[in-house]
Write a protein that binds this ligand. Structure first.
Ligand code: HEM
Length: 208
């Protein structure tokens, strides 16, 4: 690779990796602060699972509720709310012909809240990510739940991002309780990523 390509790649990793993960965490802290019973259960899970200050993958893998909270939070507020593709060759989909050069928007945010796919889509319910035998769950459908995209250009950092976010959530909530200062969660604002329209002010207290 040329130096310029290396620089471009590093920049992509920083922008694609930092902003998205930071937003996933911000939305999740706000969401948990508004569901104190779920926050308490998450903190209990963390207290009983993390035995030291540098948990490895083995301990993180056991944080089932915390992981499901993160997944459910990314369903309702996906940091990357849309992805865009350009038609390379004209083709017909159903009765619609898409010309070469047409831009297609895949509305991840809308898919994640689609009534035909999800029960009570507006409700924050991490339990929907629990394994359920014999039930077709939308979150198992590759194209119904896709916070990291799908197909050949799926997020290269997905596994890393989930691990990183889980670690930050666990290490923070082990020591601190965050409570939203705003009466309601501000709406999302599309700026390539899905940012809160106002800063998510929170008060921070040390746990007993
Ligand atoms: C919660 C965190 C993250 C979310 C929600 C997210 C979301 C996404 C999505 C939806 C795509 C697909 C874009 C498309 O199809 O046009 C993507 C691609 C990508 N992501 Fe992430 N991402 C996250 C974290 C990361 C991290 C931590 C890294 C790097 C360390 C990263 C690096 C990339 C790169 C390089 C691509 C382009 C892959 C390609 O085109 O082959 N992302 N991400």
């Amino acid at each position: 690779m040329h130096d310029s390509e290396i620089v471009d790649n590093l920049l992509t990793f920083l922008t694609a990796g930092h902003e998205t993960t930071a937003l996933a965490l911000a939305w999740t802290f706000d969401r948990l602060g508004r569901h104190p019973e779920i926050l308490r259960a998450v903190q209990q899970e963390i207290d009983s699972t993390l035995t030291d200050d540098a948990p490895g993958m083995e301990q993180l893998d056991k944080l089932e509720l915390t992981r499901n909270v993160l997944r459910e939070s990314m369903r309702l507020t996906p940091p990357a709310p849309i992805i865009i593709r350009e038609v390379k060759e004209a083709f017909t989909l159903d009765s619609v012909t898409l010309e070469k050069g047409t831009r297609l928007v895949v509305p991840i945010y809308a898919l994640h809240r689609h009534r035909a796919l999800w029960d009570a889509p507006e409700v924050f319910d991490p339990a929907r990510f629990l394994p359920q035998e014999g039930k077709d769950r939308p979150q198992d459908d590759r194209y119904a739940y896709m916070p990291f995209g799908a197909g050949p250009r799926v997020c290269i950092g997905a596994r890393f991002a989930e691990t990183e976010a889980l670690l930050v959530l666990a290490m923070t909530l082990k020591e601190l309780t965050l409570t939203p200062e705003l009466r309601v969660t501000p709406p999302g604002k599309m700026e390539i990523t899905l940012r809160p329209a106002k800063p998510l002010l929170m008060s921070v207290k040390t746990r007993q």
